[in-house]
Structure formats: structure tokens, C-alpha cells
Ligand binder design. Sequence first.
Ligand SMILES: N[C@@H](CCC(=O)N[C@@H](CS)C(=O)NCC(=O)O)C(=O)O
Length: 209
Amino acid sequence: MIRLWGFRYSVYTWIARMALAERGLAYDWSEVNPFDPEAENPHPFGRVPLLDHDGARIFETAAITTYLDEAFPGDSWTPDAPLSRSRVTQVIGMVDSYGYWPMVRDVFGPAVFAPATGRAPDQERIDGGLRDSLPVLDALEEIAAEGVVLNGALTRADLHLAPMVGYFAAHPPAAELLGERPCLSAWFSQIRQRPSYLDTQPGLPENSL
Ligand SMILES: N[C@@H](CCC(=O)N[C@@H](CS)C(=O)NCC(=O)O)C(=O)O
């Protein structure tokens, strides 16, 4: 039995759900808001997501997608060639270390999510997030242009990156920055059409303004 502990608006949870959808796996869902200090959260660092498969608990989204890749049948999301494998790890590492905070926490959160929940956008934070996203977008554009990964053959790099870019590009000035990077844009316009992406898209809170 598979159970995913996650928060419906969490970008990392979205990655795990997209991977589960790509593998065609059914799972039980436990909603936990990691920003609620009262919430009962099995994750030792108070984050989401966490996957439980027959009692084996896995956290860290890259570990979850690796597990789903290898434990269940389907096309491999890990290429064979050394450079491709390295690029997959590189994209995931860049997203985690340099992309998530500016693209999601500083841009999507204040520019898209906060206004949808009736809170005023913090423009200074958004501007800082847009600025800090630039080197990440440039490095990703270079990787997309090289074509070794982000090239249409699904890898764990695609799964890790698509929800991040999806949230980021929900803010029109961020979408413009993406549009200025043709190879990354072309990659995103393809991956955003996959059923696994569309079917797991979180949307915004229903009590939006
Ligand atoms: N390194 C973790 C990061 C997960 C993460 O940061 N998730 C966010 C939600 S998208 C979270 O739980 N944030 C709660 C917090 O920052 O306190 C992973 O790869 O799963």
C-alpha cells in the first residue's frame, strides 16, 4: 500500500504526485500543512512530502522519485549515459539549492498564492525573487540548449523542475523571464501538456478573491 503525506499546494508534493501519476500508481492521501505548527507530521524535519510504501517511509522528494522510478515498472526516468545522469542530478540539485526559494517562496507565494488568499503581495520580496531566479533560469537554459536532458525523454529532472517552473510562471513577469529563454520555454510548453502534470496541478485556494 502506498500513502503520500503532503500539502495540496506544496510544490514538492506536486512533484511526488506527478511521479506517482507517471507510474500510474494509486495511493492514499494524508493532508498535512507543514506551516501549521500544530499539525501532526511524520516528517522528521516538519516538511512535506513523505511517502510510505508498505511501512517503508521515504522523505526528500528526490529520494521519492528515485524510489518510484526503480521500484515500479515503467520506462526508466534515469538515463544511462554518464553525462545525462550527471545532468539529472545537477538539475535536481540546482532546483533544491538555488531555485525553490526565489522561484516559489519569493515569487509564486507572495505574487500568486498570497493575493488568492486575500493577502497583499510583498512587491519587494517578489522583485528580489525575480532577480535571484535569473542565474537559475540561465543555467537551466544552458542545460536545455545542450539537449542531453530536458529533451522530451522523461527523467527525474523533468519531474523535479516542471512544478517549480509551473508555479513560477503563474506570475506574468516571471513567465516573461521564462519566455526570454527559448530552450527552457520550449521544454516547459511540452511538459506542461502531460496528463501527469495537468491532472496533479494544485490550483489555487477556492476561497480566492
Ligand atoms: N528537501 C525537501 C524539501 C521539501 C520542502 O521544503 N517542502 C516544503 C513545501 S513545498 C515544506 O514542507 N515547507 C515547510 C517549511 O518550510 O517549514 C524535499 O526534497 O522534499
